[in-house]
Write a protein that binds this ligand. Structure first.
Ligand code: KIV
Ligand code: ZN
Length: 514
């Protein structure tokens, strides 16, 4: 059994995180995030749900081949087909885990599965028996655990442990739990299940009531769980999951209370947060704990005075310990290909071929001609857009001319390619962004609804590139498009086109929990 004073960090950004509407990622993007999670030293990376789609399968396989230090896990429903698919995708992994689940609450069993409790129990048992043919590292989750009946849970959990489940993950699937009750529930289950000491107990909390982090910590402190499932920036279904950065920093800052070790390299937290936000288009709110732009900013005079006298007066963590660094000018117009390539390596960005490095370098030169100072964030945005184009380039932005004047209706002329053929289109609108969208739509008639438009400065300051995120919806499918450029209207056009590309690529995915 693992050390009882060590807490396992299980990251599910690439699986539960990706279940957030619009957060779907390409294979290359997932591999980049997985490499960053490895640098962060998470113990287990849930890389996806192999049976969801061929794309998910391929991404898990690529991550299993690329990552050597962390255990790689695939989710699977409790059936042989899903489990076999997970095992196949995990085949190249140095260390692999199969995570299988089935719902155990009366509501889910009756309404969703239409199964009797005895059938659910039998299916859980057979799933673990089958998974044992593929690996010894097996996790089981009774879905909707916090609304399941305790006597039934005890029977299911005892059975799956007897069959060989090595981790019991207790999910608060709908974010219904409150901390003391949740912690006590896990404690009682561990006391009542006779073979509970043969498995590591884990918690998996959703944030519908804003309690995911508190519930996870109660599961550890009161319940004795020794694994926390979490995501970067708290990404996840609906209101999201437990935020990795928050639980890890709570455990570390209050080590006097929790007395548990975690293996995380906390200086990699902010780079991981920025990468996930840039790739998914889910911006981090400024007042978000640990990774928000204001998390270490002190505006009031009294606080600033205190900090100058003794930092501990108002700071419980040090910004540099979680990876905040002052924006550094890393490269400029005169930087050569080698310097650029070295910086990519330092940022952990591994482009697959020299051709890709050349393409990224050409984009870098283009940017450096227009922007004197290039920061790490600029390089990351540049690589993200390179990868997006590479994966799904049905539409490609070429150029834009735009005119706005007080009292006049804004006008835009956009040049872009559809499958390599160039089109020029014009439009007017209430504002310059509206004019750009109307110009593009006059050609593509996508039928998409614009649900969200947001703009952020990538590196701060008026010279910063603007990073625009758009969320588009069509026939119930939601996607996010991201675009960056020193000209925010161009960034808007790029983001809109990136969203259209995602809508165009018809990836059919099964949601494991439906
Ligand atoms: O929230 C949930 O119940 C899940 C399970 C698959 C663990 O994500
Ligand atoms: Zn979940």
């Amino acid at each position: 059994m693992p050390d009882p004073n060590r807490l396992i960090i299980f990251d599910t950004t690439l699986r539960d995180g990706e279940q957030s509407p619009g957060a779907s990622m390409t294979k290359d993007e997932k591999v980049r995030i997985a490499r960053q999670l490895e640098r962060l030293r998470v113990d287990v990376i849930e890389a996806g749900f192999a049976a969801a789609s061929p794309g998910d399968f391929e991404a898990i396989r690529a991550i299993a081949a690329a990552v050597r230090e962390s255990t790689i896990c695939s989710l699977s429903r409790a059936n042989d087909r899903d489990i076999a698919r997970a095992a196949e995708a995990l085949q190249p992994a140095a260390r692999k885990r199969i995570h299988t689940f089935i719902a155990t609450s009366p509501l889910h069993m009756q309404m969703k599965l239409r199964m009797e409790p005895e059938q659910v129990l039998e299916q859980a048992k057979l799933a673990i028996r089958y998974a044992r043919n593929h690996t010894d590292d097996i996790e089981f989750s009774p879905e909707d655990g916090s609304r399941s009946e305790e006597d039934f849970l005890c029977r299911v959990l005892e059975t799956v442990i007897a069959e060989g489940a090595t981790t019991i993950n207790f999910p608060d699937t709908v974010g219904y739990a409150v901390p003391e009750e949740f912690g006590m529930r896990i404690r009682r289950l561990r006391e009542r299940v006779p073979n509970s000491d043969k498995a590591v107990w884990s918690v998996h909390c959703h944030n519908d009531l804003g309690l995911a982090v508190a519930n996870s910590l109660a599961g550890v402190a009161i319940g004795g769980a020794r694994q926390i499932e979490c995501t970067i920036n708290g990404l996840g279904e609906r209101a999201g999951n437990t935020a990795l950065e928050e639980v890890v920093m709570a455990l570390r800052t209050r080590a006097d209370y929790y007395k548990l070790a975690v293996g995380i390299d906390t200086t990699q937290i902010v780079p991981a947060s920025k990468m996930v936000s840039q790739i998914t288009g889910f911006a981090v709110q400024p007042n978000k704990a640990v990774v928000g732009a204001n998390a270490f900013a002190h505006a009031s005079g009294i606080h600033q005075d205190g900090i100058l006298k003794a930092r501990e007066t108002y700071e419980i963590m040090r910004a540099e310990d979680v990876g905040w660094t002052a924006n550094k000018i890393v490269l400029g117009k005169l930087s050569g290909r080698n310097a650029f390539k070295t910086r990519l390596q330092e940022l952990g960005i591994e482009l697959e071929s020299e051709l890709e490095v050349n393409a990224a370098f050409a984009r870098f030169k283009e940017l450096a001609d227009r922007k004197a100072e290039i920061f790490d964030e600029d390089i990351m945005a540049l690589v993200s857009s390179e990868e997006q184009d590479h994966e799904s380039e049905h539409y490609r932005f070429v150029s834009l001319a735009q005119r706005s004047e007080t009292g006049e209706m804004p006008h835009a002329r956009v040049v872009f390619c559809i499958e390599g053929k160039e089109f020029v289109c014009e439009g007017t609108g209430d504002g310059p962004v509206d004019a750009v969208v109307n110009a593009i739509e006059s050609q593509v008639s996508s039928g998409a609804e614009l649900l969200l438009f947001s703009i952020n400065a990538i590196s701060g300051g008026a010279q910063s590139q603007g990073e625009v995120t758009v969320r588009l919806s069509r026939s119930g499918r939601i996607v996010n498009g991201v675009g960056a450029d020193p000209d925010i209207i161009v960034a808007s056009a790029k983001a809109y086109i990136s969203g259209l590309n995602k809508l165009y690529s018809k990836v059919e995915r099964v949601n494991p929990q439906l």
